[in-house]
Ligand binder design. Structure first.
Ligand code: CP3
Length: 352
C-alpha cells in the first residue's frame, strides 16, 4: 500500500514531497461550492453525507493536494448536545440556549455520537472513495475551550465576557462543561477514525483568549486528555491548532499530539526553535498568510519559499495557510503556491 505523504510528515518520517493542503480549502471562494450552497443552508449541507462528501472533494479536483478535510464545522457536535445552530450571513454562528449556569449545563445532552453524529462518519467514508491511496483523509473537531466559548457566548465574541464571567464566578460549571465537551469530542473523533479518517485535527482558535495560567491549568489539560483518550485506541497522527499563537501557547508541557499548526502571525523559524527548546518532538504545519494570495506572483512565490525553507528545520513540515482561506481568495493563486512547493521539492531531493 502506498504511504500517505501527510501522515508520514506528521509522524516525522521522510517523504519524497512536502505535503500540502489548505485550511478551509472547500468553501465560498470556489464557484462550484457556491453553486451547491445556493440551494441549501450550511448546517443542512454539513448534515447531508453525499453533498458534504462532494463539497469535500471539490478542491481536490482542481488542485494537486495531499489531503481532504471533511466538510463540517466545529459547532456541529453542539447540535447533538441540545443547542440549535444557525449561521446568519455576515454574523457568523449563533447557538441557542447559551450555557450560563448549572441549570443550563444540566440540560445538555451527552450524545451517542454514532447515532446522532453518524452523518459525519458517513461523509468521511464516502469521501475516502474519491481519494488516491497516498492522499490523507483528515477528520476534525474543535478543542474543548474553543467549542465551550461558543456554547457559553451563544455566538462569536470580541471580549469573551460571558466565558470569563462563568470562569470567574462559577468555576465548577466551567470545569464540568469542559469535561463534558472533552468526553464528547474524544468519542466524536474516534467515530471519525472508525469511518476512515487517517489523521485528526483539533482547532483551538480562541485558546489565546485566556491568561497564560488559565490556559495551562484550565484549557490545555482538557485538550490533551482528548488526545490521550483518542491515542489509547488509535495510533494515527493528530494536529493541534492553537489559534493566534502567543509564545506561551507553545509551552505545551506533556503535549500528546504529533503536529502543531502555526498561525500566520508567528514567524515559523521562531516557532520551530521554541518547539525544539521545549523538547517537543512534533512536526509543524503552516503558515502562509491567507491574504498573501492577493500578492503579485513573484511575491507570493517568495513568501511560500520562505516558509518551505523554514520548514526544513522542523522534524516534519506540512505546508498550509496559517488560518482558513477567505471568500475573496482567487483560486488560480493556489495553483501558483502549489507549483512553488512542488518545484522546491525538486531542487532539494528527498525530505528530512
Ligand atoms: O477547512 C475546511 O475546509 C473544513 C471545514 C471547516 C469549516 N469550519 C467550514 C465552514 C472547518 C475545519 C471549520 C472550523 C471552524 N469553524 C473553526 C476553527 C478554525 C478557524 O477558522 O478558526 C471555527 C472557529 C469555526 C466556527 C465558524 N464556522 C465561524 C466563526 C463561521 C463563520 C465565519 C465564516 O467564515 O463564514 C463558520 C462558518 C463556516 N464553516 C463556513 C465554512 C465553509 C462558511 C459557511 C457558508 O458557506 O456560509
Amino acid at each position: 500500500m502506498s504511504k500517505k505523504t501527510l501522515v508520514e510528515a506528521a509522524m516525522g518520517r521522510a517523504t519524497d514531497r512536502t505535503p500540502i493542503w489548505f485550511l478551509r480549502q472547500a468553501g465560498r471562494y470556489l464557484p462550484e461550492y457556491r453553486a451547491i450552497r445556493k440551494d441549501i443552508e450550511f448546517v443542512d449541507l454539513c448534515k447531508n453525507p453525499a453533498l458534504a462528501a462532494e463539497v469535500t472533494l471539490q478542491p481536490l479536483r482542481r488542485f494537486d493536494l495531499d489531503a481532504a478535510i471533511i466538510f463540517s464545522d466545529i459547532l456541529i457536535p453542539c447540535t447533538a448536545m441540545g443547542q440549535h445552530l444557525t449561521f446568519d450571513s455576515g454574523h457568523g454562528p449563533v447557538l441557542t440556549h447559551p450555557i450560563r449556569s448549572a441549570q443550563d449545563l444540566f440540560k445538555l445532552h451527552h450524545p451517542n455520537v454514532e447515532k446522532e453524529l453518524g452523518y459525519v462518519g458517513e461523509a468521511i467514508t464516502l469521501t475516502k472513495k474519491g481519494l488516491r491511496p497516498d492522499q490523507t483523509m483528515i477528520g476534525f473537531a474543535g478543542a474543548p475551550f474553543t467549542v465551550a466559548s461558543y456554547m457559553i457566548e451563544g455566538s462569536g465574541s470580541k471580549t469573551f465576557t460571558e466565558v470569563k464571567k462563568l470562569r470567574y464566578t462559577q468555576p465548577q460549571v466551567f470545569e464540568e462543561l469542559m469535561e463534558l465537551i472533552a468526553a464528547v469530542t474524544s468519542e466524536y473523533l474516534l467515530m471519525q477514525v472508525k469511518a476512515g479518517a487517517d489523521c485528526l485535527m483539533l482547532f483551538d482558535t480562541w485558546a489565546n483568549q485566556m491568561t497564560a495560567e488559565d490556559y495551562r491549568d484550565l484549557v490545555f489539560p482538557h485538550m490533551n486528555r482528548v488526545i490521550e483518550a483518542v491515542k489509547a485506541k488509535w495510533d494515527g497522527p493528530l494536529i493541534y491548532y492553537p489559534g493566534q499563537t502567543l509564545e506561551w501557547l507553545f509551552e505545551l508541557n506533556g503535549f500528546l499530539g504529533d503536529v502543531i499548526a502555526v498561525d500566520w502571525r508567528s514567524r515559523l523559524p521562531r516557532a520551530i526553535a521554541l518547539i525544539e527548546n521545549l523538547g517537543l518532538n512534533v512536526s509543524v504545519q503552516g503558515n502562509l498568510d491567507p491574504q498573501a494570495f492577493m500578492a503579485p506572483e513573484s511575491l507570493l512565490r517568495r513568501n511560500v519559499r520562505q516558509i518551505l525553507e523554514a520548514g526544513q528545520k522542523a522534524r516534519g513540515h506540512i505546508f498550509n495557510v496559517g488560518h482558513g482561506l477567505l471568500p475573496h481568495t482567487p483560486p488560480e493563486a493556489l495553483l501558483i503556491a502549489i507549483d512553488e512547493v512542488r518545484s522546491f521539492d525538486k531542487t532539494r531531493g528527498s525530505s528530512h
